[in-house]
Design a protein around this ligand. Structure first.
Ligand code: ATP
Length: 453
């Protein structure tokens, strides 16, 4: 089912991302490199918070998952065995009128006739397969023996290292191996901002099990993954589970579903969860001639484990978080008049900057000194931002726009000038409700730690 798209909203998001330093076009000053993006100072924090939280819940908070970090350069034999060299391709068609290269599924059909979506041209080439892998050459000589690929997914290094990791971790089935890292695909048409890029990051878990546990675990990961997205601030109502029908599924998969999100450009995949049976390990065992079996102590039998794979995209999830957080509402300015404001309602745990610190006036030394003390107090626990310039309302607005959930203002009451009982207290402002509470400076680290965890 498709959802209505909102082009204007998407344009505002792209523009905010550039203006405030979340995401820039890669190589922009040279005209840009299509399908590649650079994350700026705020984007890198947001992305890192996402990856760290995934790692925390998938690896650190579980007894049954360990991590790894594999190489991007991949031996061709690995990708031959996995089927990528032969089959990792998209059907492609060219439009002879406007010369566009198109994925076959992007053609539009009018009155039963296929047309180019760009120019409406009907003079189209035959369909041909286009391999999405980036090939490179390793070493000084460019002969065939030195071909390597930039990995098209992180999963294969997990399968290839399965035996080593099994031996060192001494895990019993079911257990998982997790990895976060870059993957590369020469997408025919990168589009929708970072949604479809040629260089992107994945967060993948290969969860190995006995054959009879596969279907049950495929179901188990559904709730776990949906909970994950809720815990990073994406509402359940914007998430959808799409069961991939038999004819779209890889031939070795016994079940696959996609977790989709309602992006401004439509409902699209964030993560794929696939029960891949023993396909990958069997293929690598066959091709390498090395045993990738697991010895089951209970039954005294050797088995090739089956695997359930939740595979999520970092960049798509970052984009989903920004899309979900983007809000326009009304807030009072310094004169109490209502003005429209842009606010990114990030979950505090994901926000790039957790707390902004504002001395009420920049030319009052005791206020500035106190503010800097608070910066030093909070910095070991969170990212903070110090801002002393401009009217306080404007400073709040600047932070709202980048999604900083808390603001601390140091005023004359902090100095005890009005009421000695208020000495060493500050106002703590909440981004979403704009409510302010008076709290003791010494309580700030604990209060904020609790809210951003
Ligand atoms: P799509 O159908 O959108 O091309 P896919 O089904 O090929 O995606 P998978 O191979 O299942 O994707 O990869 C797992 C995850 O990696 C995807 O759910 C997505 O989040 C991410 N991903 C895949 N391709 C891209 C890309 N070109 N740009 C950004 N993220 C990607």
């Amino acid at each position: 089912m498709s959802t209505p798209t909102d082009t204007q909203r998407m344009e505002k998001i792209v523009s905010l991302c550039k203006r405030r330093g979340f995401i820039f076009q890669s190589s922009e000053i040279y005209g840009g490199l299509n399908g590649a993006w650079d994350y700026g100072p705020l984007g890198v924090e947001l992305k890192r918070n996402l990856k760290n939280y995934w790692w925390r819940v998938v690896v650190h908070e579980r007894d049954d998952v360990v991590g790894m970090d594999g190489a991007i350069l991949t031996h061709p034999a690995v990708l031959k065995a996995s089927g990528h060299v032969e089959g990792f391709s998209d059907p492609m068609i060219d439009c002879r009128t406007c010369k566009a290269h198109l994925r076959a599924d992007q053609l539009v059909e009018k009155k039963g006739v296929k047309q180019c979506p760009n120019c409406g041209g009907k003079d189209l080439t035959e369909q041909r397969q286009f391999n999405l892998m980036f090939e490179t050459h390793v070493g000084a000589a460019a002969e065939e023996s030195s071909i390597a690929y930039l990995r098209p997914e992180t999963a294969q290094s997990i399968f290839v290292q399965f035996k080593n990791i099994l031996e060192v971790s001494r895990k019993k089935l079911p257990f998982g191996i997790a990895q976060i890292g870059k993957a590369f695909r020469n997408e025919i048409n990168p589009r929708n901002f970072t949604f479809r890029s040629r260089e992107f990051e994945q967060m993948e878990l290969e969860y190995f099990c006995r054959p009879e546990q596969g279907m049950e675990l495929l179901d188990y990961w559904k709730e776990e993954r949906l909970k994950f997205y809720e815990n990073i601030g994406i509402s359940r109502t914007s998430l959808h589970v799409r069961n991939v029908p038999d004819d779209e599924r890889a031939f070795y998969s016994k079940g696959t579903y996609d977790i989709e999100y309602d992006f401004p450009f439509g409902r699209q995949e964030l993560e794929g969860v696939a029960y891949r049976t023993d396909y990958d390990l069997s293929q690598h065992q066959k091709a390498s001639g090395k045993s990738l079996e697991y010895f089951d102590e209970e039954t005294k039998e050797k088995v090739i484990p089956h695997v359930v794979e939740p595979s999520a995209g970092v960049d798509r999830t970052v984009l989903a978080m920004i899309s979900e957080a983007y809000t326009e509402d009304q807030a009072p300015n310094d004169k109490g008049e209502m003005e429209s404001r842009i606010v990114l309602r990030f979950h505090p745990r994901m926000a790039p900057i957790k707390c902004a610190i504002f001395p009420l006036l920049k030319n009052k030394e005791p206020l500035v000194a106190k503010a800097k003390e608070i910066v030093a107090l909070l910095r070991p626990d969170m990212t903070v931002f110090y801002d002393e310039s401009g009217a306080i309302g404007r400073r709040y607005r600047r932070q709202d726009e980048i999604g900083t959930p808390f603001g601390v203002t140091i005023d004359f009451e902090t100095l005890g000038e009005k009421d000695p009982a208020l000495r060493d207290t500050v106002t703590l402002r909440d981004r979403d409700s704009m409510k302010q509470e008076r709290v003791a400076i010494q309580d700030l680290p604990a209060i904020l730690r609790e809210r951003i965890r």
